[in-house]
Design a protein around this ligand. Structure first.
Ligand code: SAM
Length: 303
């Protein structure tokens, strides 16, 4: 805001909308939506107060806080990073510098996992989430399955800390535990009815070309899939025959062009590809894997 005295809340919001729109951030209602989120966070108000307290005076120091958040957004920081939270599967997750910002596409993994274990909905289910980040995949599944218990593992201690906090925030702490580890190496054989994994799968030479909103804010360890993007799948899949119970399954998130390559890794490990699931945009997004040699689906068809 230009220097001066207190200004009405509605004017602070309008100023933020104008700055975001002028910076070309989004079309239609998007600048207004983002401005409301940023102003509410800066002033520690709920969204309703923005509507019901339009004349509320905002002093210059508080205006500076709003301006600071808007400046971060204009510099390319995603709103979710500025707010430190992201909605996933209708649940509110805290983010940290060591966690990936959960993507809506990853809800495909949750859907596939619930479908693949539908026959066990009322029975005890042990879930292992490899590379848990915020814990979003594990906690989303546990929120739907009161009889399920799960362990989330991540190499990043900062992610494990945030995932544990998210379990408490979502009142799922009695069902979930988190630990620092290298994939499933610390786990006993036959530990899981259901394995979830959204591993890093970006080819290393593509990292530098990612949008700043990703490259600048998601941790490299959550993105870097090695020279061909498949390094983490090789490690994880090699351990699945040991980790999964005989009637267990695994759901792996994949990059949209990786279905064939990951299916080959699955088959080479002596496992069966049971299903390929597409995200809302129709892109291959998740593979369901079971024990058994023969793949149960036709080769993945590119969309
Ligand atoms: C793509 S992120 C997925 C995070 C979360 N599951 C989600 O879907 O939003 C991959 C995660 O794997 C973790 N990771 C990378 N290498 C790992 C390893 N060797 N063992 C355990 N976790 C690892 C990263 O720290 C990161 O949190």
């Amino acid at each position: 805001m230009p220097p001066g005295g207190p200004v009405a809340l509605a004017a602070v919001v309008a100023h933020a909308v104008r700055r975001l729109a002028a910076a070309g951030l989004g079309e239609g209602d998007e600048p207004a939506r983002e401005a409301r989120l940023l102003v509410a966070a800066a002033l520690k108000l709920d969204r309703l107060a923005l509507i019901t307290q339009r004349d509320r005076p905002v002093d210059p120091a508080a205006q500076d806080v709003v301006d600071g958040l808007v400046a971060r957004r204009i510099a390319g920081e995603p709103v979710s990073r500025i707010l430190g939270r992201r909605e996933f599967w209708g649940l509110d997750f805290a983010l940290g510098p060591d966690t990936l910002d959960p993507r809506p596409d990853s809800e495909t993994v949750v859907e596939a996992a619930l479908e693949a274990t539908a026959d066990r909905a009322d029975r005890r289910l042990t879930v292992v989430d490899l590379g848990t980040g915020t814990g979003c995949l594990l906690l989303a599944v546990l929120s739907e399955r009161p009889n399920a218990y799960g362990l989330g593992i991540d190499r990043a201690p900062g992610a494990v800390r945030i995932a544990g906090q998210n379990a408490f925030r979502l009142h799922l702490e009695a069902q979930a535990g988190f630990l620092v580890g290298d994939w499933a190496t610390a786990l006993a054989a036959g530990a899981a009815d259901l394995v979830l994994a959204n591993p890093p799968y970006i080819r290393r030479d593509a990292l530098a070309g990612l949008d700043w909103a990703v490259r600048g804010f998601d941790p490299a360890d959550a993105l870097d899939g090695g020279p061909d993007g498949l390094a983490a799948y090789r490690s994880i899949v090699a351990d699945l025959p040991r980790l999964m119970r005989p009637d267990g399954c695994a759901v792996l998130e994949i990059g949209s062009d990786q279905a064939d390559a990951v299916a080959e890794i699955v088959n080479s490990a002596g496992l069966a590809l049971a299903a390929i699931r597409a995200d809302l945009a129709g892109r291959n997004r998740a593979l369901v894997v079971r024990h058994g040699k023969k793949s149960l689906v036709e080769r993945a068809k590119p969309h």
